[in-house]
Design a protein around this ligand. Structure first.
Ligand SMILES: [Zn+2]
Ligand SMILES: [Zn+2]
Length: 301
């Protein structure tokens, strides 16, 4: 699907149970060169559909597969697309150990309850595939790639994960945000060492300083009013933080008590994610000296 003449979205039917939140993969192209932003899932059907799309553009040589972060919904297709295209995979160094460490218990974008064995096994396969996408190029804040006449600037935006990056293209006034800013809903932020709420809010503030008319998120639709969307995401976190402070003052002092008060009817599939999100807020408030911990309880200080 063409978004602009130089930015396309690579379609794939939702291959997993992500529904409307299936991951986006974008092709940036100019002057016979191309770069993919993320690679999507690594199952045979997703990869085939995306490679078929690239075959439909034989004039484009894909030079890079730029992974916004290590999560398997973004990285597990990269190995096979690299083999088919000869592109180089890029990643921020802070993501590399999490990408490689596929057997550990690192939070991901998609989680399953323990009784859903088939899905859990598929997730493990995706994580192994993501680990095999081991990057050829490590990228840091301010690094740039040239794709034809387009400049792709790496913006390090820690928060969702510590090595999450966004890609800014000034010639298109376009910003690819991975999971740092979604088109729909809010993304899970884990407490340290996997994520960081304070850094996340700083990253969103920083993104507001870029001149953008188009935001291409890792999940969901393109966004055209970028400053308003970024502000909405910042406001949402501040409101949640205020709610947590209020509940703590009201005697809801454990993550579990906060979880029940904030999300009384949450789908059990996403409860662990919601709990981590609350813990991420608590970690931020503790670092700022606004709350203190005794055992499993938190109190305003
Ligand atoms: Zn994701
Ligand atoms: Zn993610």
């Amino acid at each position: 699907m063409e978004i602009t003449p130089r930015i396309h979205s690579l379609p794939a039917q939702p291959a997993f149970y992500t529904g409307p939140q299936s991951p986006n993969v974008f092709l940036v192209r100019d002057g016979g060169e191309g770069a993919l932003i993320d690679s999507g899932f690594g199952d045979e059907k997703s990869v085939r559909e995306r490679l078929d799309f690239l075959k439909g553009h034989p004039d484009v040589r894909v030079r890079y597969i730029i992974l916004t972060h290590h999560h398997f919904d973004h990285a597990s297709g990269a190995k096979q697309i690299r083999e088919a295209t000869g592109a180089q995979v890029t990643l921020h160094p802070a993501e590399e150990k999490f990408l490689r460490d596929w057997q550990s218990d690192i939070p991901q974008d998609i989680e399953v309850p323990g009784d859903q064995k088939a899905i859990a096994e598929q997730i493990q396969r995706f994580r192994q595939q993501a680990a095999e996408a081991a990057p050829e190029v490590l990228v840091n804040d301010g690094d740039t790639f040239q794709v034809g006449a387009l400049t792709l600037e790496v913006v390090h935006t820690p928060g969702h994960t510590l090595g999450s990056v966004c890609i800014y293209i000034p010639q298109e006034r376009a910003l690819f945000t991975g999971d740092t800013a979604l088109g729909l809903g809010t993304v899970a932020i884990s407490p340290p060492p996997h994520g960081d709420m304070a850094l996340y809010l700083q990253s969103l503030e920083r993104l507001k300083s870029y001149d953008c008319a188009l935001m291409l998120p890792g999940h969901g639709q393109a966004v055209h009013d970028v400053p308003a969307k970024l502000q909405e995401l910042i406001d949402h976190r501040h409101e949640r933080e205020a709610q947590i402070l209020h509940l703590l003052a009201d005697g809801k002092r454990t993550p579990q008590a906060l979880l029940s008060a904030i999300y009384p009817e949450l789908d059990r599939r996403i409860l662990p994610m919601a709990r981590r999100q609350i813990e991420a807020h608590l970690a931020k408030l503790e670092t700022e000296g606004r709350i203190a911990r005794t055992g499993d309880e938190w109190v305003p200080s």
